[in-house]
Design a protein around this ligand. Structure first.
Ligand code: GDP
Ligand code: IMO
Ligand code: MG
Length: 428
């Protein structure tokens, strides 16, 4: 029995979907434990190319139970669209299980997300606009609707009526926005509930049974460590616990089970949305990485900001998650660059920082201190063993292992499943 958590090591979009799809064949359970349809996990396999927003990327593995855990927030409309696409492609959906404790994203959450972003003006966070922050805020304010609530229509209506009254006061009186109508929201959600109802159940009980019977479990993180609500670049973060520890609470894994953390990192850095990014490139190298790497958001299509690999943030991520393994993706995007830079420290005034400061205002003023590495001119996308990689690519990886004090066990050289070099398997 192993529990492996696949975590975004940076600011999201590291290639978690690819890694989960690859590992799922060795797991009986794959569970999403945080976030909602702000995530976009790309999977490229024999079924086609898919953008997974909420359904675990293990759904293509024929025997794997796929759990949408209690720590997630669910937009039922978006989920139904996603399930429709997967069904058409031939994926087997009978093994999907939605936690009855997961929170439901309501239409007022989307409206609130937009209004709050607009109110922040120039300081807007650049959210995905999917209502994620307001849905988590309501969860913690104990004003949330949970998936299980949708199964009892009368009780759902009663809860919604109370919440909607408060929401409408906020929307109308604070923001001068239009109110929502109870009947309309109720009818819409009751319809969703009738369709997703059969998948809703006690997912944490299933998780405990699977663990007790010695099954391999994979926890699929969404977003990334630097977007974690506690450890990320607050307030430029998402509203959930993205780090590996979030897997315990968000998927209902009892603490007696050790979780092995696998961090997915790009061979460089990207970020979408606002907030500090010390190694961001504004020159032709940044532009080249964006174009060669097709660095445009999977969920929103926004251009991603690109830059050199931030070793300070990555090392912090290894430490905060307790990672024992790294999957390094997108090595091929660096092919042909004459030299590469690794940011090994930050300069802040006359100080040298080697870890990520809590203050976003401090981080915003940090300048990267770089170590230069030679690039490689050969194409890596056809490499299938570690020895196939150009010598300078191997040097880059080995230097990273030294700096991050963590082994790079998987190297990815393209989006396809086969474009992967596995140096050490995660599941025995
Ligand atoms: P996630 O959110 O972490 O699952 O990552 P996304 O799917 O949002 O973004 C990763 C993108 O990189 C997707 O388009 C993947 O198909 C692609 N990808 C994954 N690994 C590699 C790789 O090694 N090389 C290249 N060129 N693309 C990759
Ligand atoms: P995956 O799982 C990259 C970013 C948004 C914004 C901030 C807050 O595909 O890696 P939110 O809508 O969550 O309130 O937005 O977080 N963000 C992501 N960036 N990948 C993601 O998911 C993201 N999910 C949210 O761009 O900066
Ligand atoms: Mg993504």
């Amino acid at each position: 029995m192993s529990v492996v958590a696949v975590i975004g090591g940076q600011w999201g979009d590291e290639g978690k979907g690819k890694v989960v799809d690859l590992l799922a064949a060795n797991c009986q359970v794959v569970a999403r434990y945080n976030g909602g349809n702000n995530a976009g996990h790309t999977v490229v396999n024999q079924f086609g190319k898919f953008f997974m927003h909420l359904v675990p990327s293990g759904i293509f593995s024929p025997k794997t139970v796929c759990i949408i855990g209690n720590g997630t927030v669910i937009n039922p409309k978006s989920l139904l669209e996603e399930l429709g696409t997967l069904r058409k492609a031939g994926a087997e959906l009978a093994r999907l299980l939605i936690s009855d404790r997961a929170q439901i994203i309501m239409p007022y959450h989307l409206r609130q997300d937009q209004l709050e972003e607009a109110a922040r003006g120039r300081g807007s966070l650049g959210t995905t606009g999917r209502g994620i922050g307001p849905a988590y805020a309501d969860k913690h304010a104990r004003l949330g609707i949970r998936a299980g609530d949708l199964r009892d229509e009368a009780l759902f209506r009663e809860k919604l009526a109370f919440i909607l009254e408060l929401k409408n006061r906020l929307l109308v009186q604070l923001y001068g926005a239009e109110p929502f109508f109870l009947d309309q929201v109720y009818e819409e959600y009751v319809d969703y509930a009738r369709t997703i109802g059969p998948w809703i159940g006690d997912a944490s009980a299933t998780m405990r049974e699977c663990l007790a019977s010695g099954q391999n479990v994979l926890l699929e993180g969404a977003q990334g460590t630097m977007l974690d609500v506690d450890f990320g670049t607050y307030p430029y973060v998402t509203s959930s616990t993205t780090i590996a520890a979030g897997g315990y609470a968000g998927a209902g894994v009892p603490v007696g089970y050790p979780v092995q953390g696998v961090g997915v990192f790009k061979a460089y850095t990207s970020r979408v949305g606002g907030g500090p990014f010390p190694t961001e490139l504004f020159d032709e190298v940044g532009e080249r990485i964006r174009e060669v790497g097709h660095e445009y958001g999977t969920t929103t299509g926004r251009p991603r900001r690109c830059g050199w690999l931030d070793v300070v943030a990555s090392h912090y991520s290894v430490a905060v998650n307790g990672l024992s393994s790294i999957a390094l993706t997108r090595m091929d995007v660096l092919d042909g660059l004459p030299c590469l830079q690794l940011c090994t420290a930050y300069k802040y005034g006359d100080q040298t920082l080697t870890t990520v400061p809590a203050s976003v205002e401090v981080l915003q003023q940090c300048e990267p201190i770089y170590e230069e590495m030679p690039g490689w001119q050969e194409s890596t996308s056809g490499c299938r063993t570690y020895a196939d990689l150009p010598q300078n690519a191997r040097r880059y990886i080995e230097r990273l292992e030294e700096l991050l004090t963590c082994p790079v066990d998987v190297v990815s050289v393209g989006p396809g499943r086969e474009q992967t070099i596995v140096r050490r398997p995660f599941f025995a």
